[in-house]
Design a protein around this ligand. Structure first.
Ligand SMILES: NC(=O)c1ccc[n+]([C@@H]2O[C@H](COP(=O)([O-])OP(=O)(O)OC[C@H]3O[C@@H](n4cnc5c(N)ncnc54)[C@H](O)[C@@H]3O)[C@@H](O)[C@H]2O)c1
Length: 259
């Protein structure tokens, strides 16, 4: 499992950085590919400080030429065997009729088109060598209704793209899966909690397991889906949400909370 070249888009922050640390810690050479060069460089510093091997590349995943150049630069480092598509942007809550269309299009460009372009650039290269694993990042917002008219549908599309790619690449040795994180305690959420805009105890109470998902929880699931231990797993989107999705109906059964 070790010694692979693993490209992680969005590797300069949050879930992508945690994934870089997890894969780097098991001996993979991780490539943090991010629009934020300073963030990617910091990830490289952290992975190498922990004894791992890492490189940084700058990319805008929404831009085809940029993705093509990133894929070529990654292959110049070594044969890419793992692609984790963590680059993504959130949106503010909005009604459909109030959604700013430019923001709508940007969310789709980064989240869906970015995932599509990176899979399209590196999937066939891995398939040509007969082996590889891709993990996309969906969301619980891709399963259920949230006031996020661009973000939620862009994540639902990623779930569906994951199935399409699994069918497309499976016979050529490449597995394609996704994880759907719940509300993750990243720096952005920590800042909102500190500002009094979010209450973690309320968030925890909505989960089957009353705790908050960490970036490391997501990285652990990604690590498994990229591993030989998951050799029979493809085309799935795995919720990593402390049972938030499973708890939706349970918590509201007959109008009552369970506790
Ligand atoms: N944090 C959560 O609660 C949560 C929940 C569900 C899903 N997700 C998804 O997980 C993924 C990672 O989120 P995160 O919380 O770690 O966010 P984050 O903001 O910490 O990290 C995202 C990274 O993507 C990079 N990025 C943004 N646009 C880019 C572009 N066009 N090209 C290249 N890089 C770009 C950013 O520079 C940043 O480093 C996203 O797809 C997000 O939608 C997050």
């Amino acid at each position: 499992m070790t010694g692979r070249i693993a490209v992680i888009t969005g590797g300069g922050s949050g879930i992508g950085r945690a994934t870089a640390l997890a894969l780097g810690g098991q001996g993979d050479h991780v490539i943090a590919a991010d629009m934020n060069a300073a963030g990617a460089a910091e990830t490289v510093r952290l992975v190498t400080a922990a004894g791992g091997a890492a490189s940084a590349l700058t990319v805008d995943v929404a831009d085809e030429a940029s993705v093509t150049a990133m894929a070529a630069a990654a292959e110049a480092i070594g044969p890419v065997a793992v692609l984790v598509n963590c680059a993504g942007i959130l949106q503010n809550a909005s009604r459909v009729e109030d959604m700013d269309l430019a923001e709508h299009d940007r969310v789709w460009a980064v989240n869906y088109r970015g995932t599509y372009l990176c899979c399209r650039a590196l999937g066939p290269v891995m398939a040509g060598r007969g082996a590889g694993a891709i993990v996309n990042i969906g969301s619980i917002a891709g399963f259920e209704m949230f006031p996020l008219p661009a973000y939620g549908p862009s994540k639902a599309a990623i779930h569906q793209l994951t199935k399409v790619l699994a069918g497309d690449l499976g016979a050529r040795g490449v597995r394609v899966n996704a994880v759907a994180p719940g509300f993750v305690l990243t720096e952005a959420l920590r800042a909102r909690v500190a500002a009094g805009e979010r209450d973690t105890s309320v968030m925890e109470s909505q989960n089957a397991i009353p705790q908050i998902v960490t970036p490391e929880d997501i990285a652990n699931a990604i690590q498994f889906l990229c591993s030989d231990g998951a050799r029979a797993v493809t085309g799935v989107t795995l919720p990593v949400d402390n049972g938030w999705l499973a708890g939706l109906a349970y918590n509201t059964y007959a109008g009552n909370k369970k506790n």
